[in-house]
Design a protein around this ligand. Structure first.
Ligand code: KPL
Length: 307
């Protein structure tokens, strides 16, 4: 039997037409998976995807049939849309559906867990693959896979440790290298460190990520970093400071010409994820009785700028 015959393709419902949703849909379809999208208009969606090597691939996606219950859903919507999206989708999800969430920021999971049924599984994936969408009405959806990265996934609920899920390898081929971790929260706190420093600063100053390597941002970055490390330690997610600082510099340099997702949201006139990034940092600080003046100032500056 050939590999192709052995591979029983999974049937995925993908929600989210942002960069990560479309990247996942295109990459999984490329692996031979059956992908249907959650679309408001019941028409096919076409995407021209530029790969990291510069080749252009065309993908077509049919809408998810409203009469079918989804057993596997990949949901990559903005943090503020995650709960409403799950609530709206619930009637479409199988009793034992596997829901994989991916978004920036923290603070959504408790309510989302409560919105799921006992046998529905919740997973969270975080990725460093770089991608962005370009809207050109005449050409349909344009997606650029701007940088290869890696991803980490962990199960949030039910909190049992089970065998590696059947879809793991194919998701790893799509967004890999993919690591399965027992506890995803420490990874989400590491990612939050990157996002709460890079995203609001680049969006506020309207600069690409690489500008943060300039000396004019050094003092602010250091203050934000020190405060975040203090908070993360108090919350039970201590950061290895030297490694974390190096990782931050690495992301700034690897994504130097990229616009952060928050800057892209601002430029497109969309709502930002500020409340789930800096807002979450400040609410955790409040809960733990810590003052974080640099994050507070950044939050106020963003609000004053109309975020
Ligand atoms: O995750 C990102 C984002 O823009 O949301 C980073 C890592 C900062 C890359 O731009």
């Amino acid at each position: 039997m050939t590999d192709a015959q052995q591979h029983k393709r999974n049937d995925w419902l993908v929600v989210g037409k942002g960069a990560i949703g479309l990247l996942t849909a295109c990459q999984l379809q490329q692996q031979g998976e059956l992908i249907r999208l959650w679309l408001r208009q019941p028409t096919e969606l076409q995407v021209a995807m530029t790969t990291v090597r510069g080749a252009v691939r065309r993908h077509h996606f049919a809408p998810w049939p409203k009469t079918q219950a989804a057993r596997l859903a990949f949901i990559a919507v903005k943090a503020y849309d995650a709960l409403p999206c799950i609530q709206q989708l619930q009637t479409q999800l199988a009793e034992d559906a596997c829901v994989i969430l991916s978004h920036n920021g923290l603070g959504t999971l408790t309510n989302i867990q409560a919105a799921l049924k006992p046998r529905q599984q919740l997973w969270f994936l975080t990725t460093t693959h770089g991608a962005y969408t370009q809207s050109d009405c005449s050409k349909g959806h344009q997606l650029v896979h701007s940088g290869s990265g890696s991803s980490v996934i962990g199960k949030i609920t039910p909190a049992d440790s089970e065998a590696v899920p059947g879809w793991f390898d194919v998701l790893g081929q799509a967004l890999g290298p993919l690591t399965l971790v027992e506890r995803i929260q420490p990874c989400l706190w590491q990612k939050l460190l990157i996002n709460c420093l890079i995203n609001p600063l680049t969006a506020l100053h309207q600069v690409p990520n690489g500008a943060l390597a300039e000396t004019r941002f050094e003092a602010t970055l250091k203050k934000l970093f020190a405060e975040y490390c203090q908070l993360a330690a108090a919350a039970g997610y201590p950061q290895q400071e030297t490694a974390a600082w190096q990782q931050l510099q690495q992301v700034i340099s690897n994504t130097a010409s990229n616009r952060s997702s928050m800057l892209q949201d601002r430029l497109a006139g969309r709502k930002t994820e500020l409340d789930f990034i800096t807002g979450f940092v400040l609410s955790e600080a409040d809960r733990l009785g810590l003052a974080l003046p640099a994050h507070q100032q950044l939050y106020q500056d963003c609000l004053a700028a109309g975020f």
